[in-house]
Design a protein around this ligand. Structure first.
Ligand SMILES: Cc1ncc(COP(=O)(O)O)c(C=O)c1O
Length: 378
């Protein structure tokens, strides 16, 4: 565990910039760097957006009531425990302010926006890191020890004043590692966090690929739990910008007050309803991803020099040989039209590693072949 110096946040999905630098069209790249469902947005979503075109002469419903009601029904929770955002990234930015956080403990290495948002709000960010030696298994044990220590008698006096301004951030399944914590183990950690009077934020941006691990249905019994969800990854619609946060109604109301009015467009709201309604797309996506993930990981295991980290979502993290210069490998692949995510830009990541989105089998075979060749030349 330790404070990590903030670095500027780098994200995957930089296909436009890379295409410009290399002077090639965007369409000539296969993008494994952004972990988005290869099916792309459901046809039902595109249809719903087209149908809603005439509505662009009006402001969208600022409370997004229709979509909130649909989500509430889907999850079996109340609609006033849901707030929508222009992507879940917008909600992450609001969280430290809304909760008046002074300290965040982040299970890392992970998505860098928690750290950035904490720092922007003037709060401290401390990582509790999963390790390469344990194949990045979620750091539940060290987090539990930490929460126990914070709650213990020796620290009680100082901590009493600060406890309500402390949150634990946990991404499940985690990006970039791909590891998932079971609902059971997270429930146990949450109970401990609640007893200690802290907040717990679980980012479930990728949970639709393994929904049995979600705690969303339990939100009404968990007043100090906040869950983030995104339409981006599972519904393959990063350009639409739609995410939501679920929590106790009074906390949700505070976040809503901080958001700009109309931050979720009418198109995004209609797209969200159509996506949630599209049961077939969801079933097809989960089935495809389960099968292709298995096949992809098996093939990756056959690439000499790679160490495969067990994956549960729509991407796989692979560790590279220590002597490998990741940035050079990433550039070499880009010149071949293959974009991958260099994981060394994540705070707390000590090993050279790549994150590979799982795409259609033909594309996946191409990245495997390219990696084999590149690693042979090292
Ligand atoms: C773990 C995680 N959470 C949240 C987000 C933000 O997603 P969006 O703002 O598109 O909903 C991302 C995007 O990369 C992510 O990886």
């Amino acid at each position: 565990m330790g404070d990590v110096v903030t670095r500027s946040v780098v994200h995957g999905g930089q296909v436009h910039q890379v295409a410009k630098t290399l002077g090639r069209p965007v369409s000539s790249f296969i993008d494994f760097s952004a972990s988005v469902n290869p099916f792309g947005p459901p046809a039902s979503v595109l249809g719903a957006m087209q149908q809603s075109l005439p509505s662009c002469g009006h402001y969208p419903d600022p409370s997004a009531e229709g979509l909130r009601m649909r989500l509430a029904k889907e999850h079996g929770i109340s609609s006033d425990s849901i707030v929508l955002g222009n992507g879940s990234a917008e909600l992450i930015r609001m969280l430290p302010l809304a909760l008046s956080l002074r300290q965040g403990y982040v299970a890392g290495p992970t998505f860098m926006e928690y750290e950035a948002s904490l720092h922007l709000a003037g709060a401290r960010c401390t990582y509790v890191l999963a390790t390469s030696a344990e194949k990045y298994a979620p750091p539940l044990e060290p987090l539990s020890l930490l929460v126990g220590a914070l709650h213990s008698g020796s620290q009680r006096a100082a901590y009493k004043n600060a406890k309500s301004s402390t949150a634990v951030f946990f991404c499940n399944p985690n990006s970039p590692t791909g590891r998932v914590a079971t609902a059971r183990s997270l429930r146990r950690l949450y109970r401990q966090i609640e007893r200690a009077g802290l907040w717990m934020v679980i980012d479930e941006a990728f949970i639709d690929f393994c929904p049995s691990h979600s705690l969303i249905k339990e939100i009404s019994k968990a007043r100090r739990l906040l869950i983030l969800r995104s339409f981006t990854k599972f519904y393959g619609m990063p350009g639409i910008r739609l995410g939501y946060l679920v929590g106790a109604p009074e906390t949700v109301a505070t976040i809503r007050r901080l958001l700009p009015p109309w931050s979720v467009s009418h198109f995004a709201q209609e797209a969200g309803v159509a996506a949630v309604d599209d049961v077939k797309y969801r079933q097809r996506s989960v089935k495809f991803m389960q099968e292709e993930r298995q096949r992809f990981m098996t093939r990756l295991r056959g690439v000499p020099g790679l160490r495969i980290i067990p994956a549960s979502a729509n991407f796989v993290m692979v560790e590279l040989p220590l002597k490998c210069v990741t940035a050079s490998l990433v550039s070499r692949l880009a010149r071949q039209g293959i974009l991958v995510r260099d994981c060394q830009t994540f705070s707390g990541m000590t090993q050279p590693a790549l994150r590979l989105a799982i795409r259609y089998p033909r594309d996946n075979n191409r990245v495997i072949h390219a990696l084999k060749e590149a690693l042979r030349d090292i």
